[in-house]
Design a binder for this molecule. Structure first.
Ligand code: SME
Length: 163
């Protein structure tokens, strides 16, 4: 039987650098928010191990509304300050949650999710675009390399948007 082996990278940082290059190529020349968000979600969901959800919540001026994503259907609207996503949006700081069951107010969209990382997406003029959210079925899936890597990926995403 043929078994597909996962690609082994020298390091997680190298993997993220490679992913950022791929994201740059994927989004180059396109400024449509939904098109880029959909392709960005698909690229990351299919390139990182041990994740079960990857996608966007977009700020509509009053709350976060689910945007393009990969994974199971998710909750649709999240108020600023609620859950991990709402906290990232309100504080404008990346939230790295090792165990979602220990996060007060975590919103369980998929019971399988055990850890989570959420990066706020801020436009150059300071307006909130939304958040980028990645979930894992394992606790402690995300570390400081993931924080730096995800933030770098989000910077590539934000470079390919119109004001
Ligand atoms: N767990 C998130 C909600 C979104 S889902 O994980 C897709 C939160 O607490 O904000």
């Amino acid at each position: 039987m043929f078994e597909l082996k996962p690609i082994v990278y020298a390091s997680k940082r190298e993997h993220y650098r490679e992913l950022a290059q791929q994201a740059r190529g994927l989004l180059a020349g396109e400024r449509d928010l939904i098109a880029n968000a959909a392709n960005f979600s698909a690229l990351i969901y299919h390139s990182l191990p041990d994740i079960n959800w990857a996608g966007f919540y977009l700020y509509d001026g009053s709350e976060l509304v689910v945007g393009p994503f990969q994974g199971k259907p998710a909750c649709i609207r999240i108020a600023l300050g609620r859950g991990v996503c709402g906290t990232a949006a309100q504080t404008r700081e990346t939230q790295l949650v090792a165990d979602v069951n220990a996060f007060d107010g975590h919103i369980a969209c998929d019971a399988a999710s055990q850890s989570e990382i959420v990066v706020p997406l801020i436009r150059p003029d300071g307006r909130l675009l939304g958040v980028w959210d990645v979930d894992s079925p394992h606790t402690q899936r995300f570390d400081e390399d993931d924080r730096a890597g995800m933030q770098a990926l989000c910077a590539v995403f934000m470079e390919n948007l119109d004001a």
